[in-house]
Design a protein. Structure first.
Length: 249
């Protein structure tokens, strides 16, 4: 495959993956196998994918900001809690090809649909919530950081379930905080991969260009279409990715 064809494929995949990531999660289940297919080992594919995740979420954060959807003080507090877990997760494991783990992940993704449809009794659709950081919230953010540093694939689903169940956010505001948090904990994780030589800049920048465009576009659509659109998109993404993990197709 020529470099031009690979670049175009990665760009297109990046646009699609970023749209999935911002509105739901699991976009890396598309890009990681693609990078491996193009010849990268799993560790380098994992590290290279982080370039695109970073640029995607930078674009999404600014896009949400332009749509007057941001709450940086709470996003920053929660993001800081993910850092220890993200660093630990990145150091502990990079190879994640175990078949049993994929099956367990598939079950978890299906179960994560349930909190999305639990009615929010208070503060739905409003970013002005109680910002008190409790022990359960601290532990949840550590786990999210650990998983994001370790694997990344599907971490968006975990964040969405956490915010929906524990903090009663609407799905639009969940996405606002999610892109900020993922950006925050992906940076140290990426640096660890980079220091260890697990980054391919040629493929990474091609993918990142697509992710940047997709992230900007997805944030705008998320605000304009609202919670109903996100629910439909989220459930569809969860089911498709879970079936893929079960080798249905």
């Amino acid at each position: 495959m020529s470099d031009l064809v690979a670049t175009l494929i990665l760009f297109a995949a990046g646009v699609i993956a970023a749209f999935i990531n911002v509105n739901a999660g699991g976009g890396s289940s598309l890009t990681l196998p693609l990078l491996i297919f193009l010849g990268l080992d799993s560790a380098t594919a994992n590290g290279t994918n982080r370039i695109a995740v970073l640029t995607q979420n930078v674009a999404a954060v600014f896009s949400f900001r332009r749509e007057n959807h941001s709450h940086f003080s709470l996003s920053t507090k929660l993001s800081l809690l993910t850092l220890p877990g993200a660093i630990a997760g990145t150091f502990i494991a990079i190879n994640i090809s175990d078949d049993l783990f994929q099956k367990i992940l598939a079950v978890i993704l299906i179960l994560l649909i349930i909190p999305m449809f639990t009615p929010s009794k208070k503060n739905a659709g409003n970013e002005k919530v109680d910002e008190k950081i409790t022990l359960p919230i601290t532990l949840a953010m550590f786990v999210i950081g650990f998983y994001g540093g370790f694997l990344q694939v599907g971490v968006g689903f975990m964040i969405m379930a956490f915010f929906r169940y524990m903090m009663r956010f609407s799905l639009v505001w969940i996405n606002v905080h999610k892109v900020f948090i993922v950006l925050f904990f992906t940076l140290p994780s990426f640096l660890i991969f980079l220091i260890n030589g697990n980054v391919d800049w040629k493929y990474g920048l091609s993918l990142a260009a697509g992710n940047t465009l997709g992230g900007w576009w997805a944030a705008k659509i998320s605000v304009k279409k609202g919670e109903g659109f996100i629910k439909i998109f989220l459930v569809a993404a969860l089911i498709i990715i879970s079936l893929k993990l079960f080798d249905v197709f």
